[in-house]
Design a protein around this ligand. Sequence first.
Ligand SMILES: [Zn+2]
Length: 675
Amino acid sequence: MNPLLEKFKSPFETAPFDSIKTEHFLPAIKEAIQLAKSDIEQIKSQPLPDFQNTIEALDHAGDKLNFISSIFFNLNAAETKEEIQVLAREISPLLTAHGNDILLDATLFDRINQVYSQKEQLHLSEEQATLLDKTYKSFVRNGAKLNEEEKLKLRGIDSELSQLSLKFGENVLEETNKYQLVVENENQLEGLPDSIKEAAAQTAEEKNLSGKWVFTLAFPSYLPFMTYAANRDLRKELFIAYNTKASKGDSLDNKQYILDMLKLKSERAKLLGYQTHADFVLEERMAKSGPAVLSFLNNLLEKAKPKAIEDVAEVEAFAKALDGIDRLEKWDFAYYSEKLKKQKYEVDDELLRPYFKLENAIEGVFTTAEKLYGLKFKENKDIPVYHPEVTAYEVNDLLGNHVAVFYADFFPRAGKRNGAWMTSYRGQKLIDGKDQRPHISIVCNFTKPTKTKPSLLTFNEVTTLFHEFGHALHGMLANGTYESLSGTSVYWDFVELPSQIFENWCYEKACLDLFAKHYETGENIPSDLIEKIKNAANFQQGYQTVRQISLGLLDMAFHSTDPNLIKDVTAFEKNQMKATSLLPEVEGTMMSTSFSHIFQGGYAAGYYSYKWAEVLDADAFELFLEKGIFDQETAQSFKENILSAGGKAHPSILYKRFRGREPKPDALLKRAGLV
Ligand SMILES: [Zn+2]
């Protein structure tokens, strides 16, 4: 008996973690793939194709497979072990092959195409029309309309691209791992906090260099060194090592890989009928087109640059006064910024932690969700969980109707990936008119309680909690008909709106007063501390904004320029970065050869999304600020038009329904102190 293949008997049909064993996954997934295949055969065997028997049926196909693979991959991220990782390497190709079998099925596409060509006569609802478009496009964008020869070519490009991006990543990783800065004399560590020194001593020990300190190019080692180390020469050495990764002309150099990838992406785009890779990507984004993204970034740049220049001048003057630094270099910026920030705002993590006991912060997000959206959270110990540290809640509305199951998993463990994320086990949709409610989870790596102290969060951890909970609301409040349009299944540059907007409540006194109480005295967080938090959040926003824009512009330039015109990656980058450069250039250093977001991750022609989402969240939150942060009418409208709507219409339409107009950058500029 395989519990994954039975009907789940746990409350709300939640994943039966209490009876799943690792060996259940592979046979269950193989069986579920067969079930999914017979769903597809069933669709193909219907007589005349119509919306219900083809498009809607396809949305329902493979339900069991989706649920089981969600359980598996969520476990692989939050509570993995060797056997699960080995299994993942076996399961992933099975799922990819299955996905391709569907997308390359010519008979199936023929049915979809027939329905699509009658679209205007079908009298579809907005949601149905969106589903039809999305289904049709996902096939076409994967080559369904190409002839056999072109299809073969497309598959070839895809496999070459995945090889190249893998190699790109491997080179960056090898370069990262191969370098180490060994410090033998403790007085060269001046300025570094004890915890950082301790970590460096431990790294040394692991590398058989006991008694010394080792710093690496891994971010948690690199960043604190650049921020706190007083030794300027060592900062320079580490900076140069970090910024020459995979660019030294040896066997680990990524420049040729970049050129090869750009050519392939361009070729792929042309094959599918697009001018550039950026056009291909942006067709399915809220931003819609390359020119729209460029004017968005350049417009912001124009506003932020004067402030960025001031930010740099302020640090320059500070460094000169403090240490007589005549020419501020790139390896000086983080160091003097940190000192300046301390002096200006007198606020640090340790001062704030006592007000952010984890249990209070959780109460805080729950109460905020209750006040805004009428949600009630109740722990339910009958819902099975995959680790004793995980808590499961049932979520109801004010009338007692079941809304969702919510899992929360807060502390670091050996088997957990870094970072914080929201995920879902089961999506929301209607099945034969019955509402299947979602199972949503957030997974974080927060400060753990100790023997003497409860878990006291940094303010950054508090905003992370609100961020992930904002994504969770998008999932929990989903109210659609089709799973592929439900919850967080929205365009990439729109998905961070619900999460980022929710962070805004952490800066508001009316919200902090609900939960930010001293864990020993019970006193509310003092108002002047809230002011300091707000001010510190705006520190160097000009500089930071220009930095983000520069990466967004570089990304767009790579993916919208004819690759035959890019002969030399170094020169191309240099030229593109001119308009956004704020500190003296360092000969020999570059960004592109380790820009993994766009050459390894999925952010090609998408790096602008970070800023885009900020514009949306600031603009949307402005309405709450005008009407009141707990205003019922505004909350109701945000819920209806954004959180519950998922991807049932184009995000521009949904956003306009909430805001009454197109998004404007003014609120972000104001919030960041740039106007
Ligand atoms: Zn997010």
